[in-house]
Design a protein around this ligand. Structure first.
Ligand code: 16G
Length: 245
């Protein structure tokens, strides 16, 4: 870490100057995701400022998702967030590949359940109809990013009961096995806090916010194909929208 001179004679708080400097180091690649930062004590000696001032800069950077603190280990540079456009309908696999990462999935659970009122309405099947529920943890470069729970009607896609979804993209499989062309979707997004077992699966603290999404996906004939309830790591996702006026 290069010694920099913080300017005590300008009306910009020292913690803020340090924070801007640290952001610069991350943005110009001087520090890479996963790098360990010097300790608070080291930084306070290096910059001639109090540990409280260093701490304030670090806390803000942790809250903004640029740094992560690990108990007893130190403060590390966080992985950059994945910017998820809200206008294009893509699969998880397509999203991750577009970012140069290798997508993956581990099936946590698969069950056949009777459609409750909501599933029946969303998937356009009679109440009580069998629905396949597939719960997968989604991986990018083998690291957990999301938990997706997909519901698809068994009557239309009977071989979903046997297919190995650890290996294949759900959208690709629907296309290859049933000629389904996915066309549009309706999606809601909310903020939440993970259940303890979800935090464990995603390797995140229980207090970390998550994005909860619900998506009903339709094919080109306007038939609903899937209802997915998913949770995404709040520290790895941000949503982007292009606005026009
Ligand atoms: C997306 C979808 C999910 C779908 C998955 C299929 C949301 C917000 N998005 O992640 O509904 O099951 O793609 O991905 O839920 P796959 O084709 O890679 O299996």
């Amino acid at each position: 870490m290069k010694p920099i001179q913080l300017n005590k004679s300008i009306p910009i708080p020292l913690y803020f100057q340090l924070k801007q400097y640290l952001i610069q180091q991350i943005e110009n690649g001087e520090w890479k995701p996963g790098d360990l930062l010097p300790s608070e004590r080291e930084m306070s000696e290096l910059y001639g400022i109090s540990r409280m001032t260093v701490r304030q800069a670090l806390i803000e950077l942790v809250n903004e998702g640029r740094l992560v603190r690990e108990q007893g280990k130190g403060t590390f540079v966080a992985e950059p967030k994945i910017s998820q456009g809200l206008l294009r309908l893509t699969s998880f696999s397509e999203d991750m590949r577009a970012r140069g990462m290798t997508p993956g999935a581990i099936v946590l659970d698969r069950a056949t359940i009777p459609a409750d009122l909501k599933l029946a309405q969303e998937l356009n099947v009679p109440e009580g109809d069998p629905i396949i529920r597939i719960k997968r943890v989604r991986l990018a470069d083998e690291r957990p990013m999301a938990i997706e729970q997909s519901h698809i009607p068994l009557s239309r896609f009977p071989s979903a009961a046997e297919q190995d979804f650890n290996q294949i993209s759900l959208y690709k499989w629907l296309e290859m096995s049933y000629g389904v062309h996915i066309s549009h979707a309706r999606q809601t997004i909310e903020v939440g806090i993970p259940q303890p077992e979800e935090a464990e699966i995603l390797h995140i603290p229980r207090t970390m916010p998550i994005l909860l999404t619900e998506r009903t996906t339709f094919d080109i004939l306007n038939q609903p194909v899937e209802l997915a309830k998913s949770i995404y790591r709040g520290d790895r996702y941000k949503l982007t929208v292009d606005l026009q006026r």
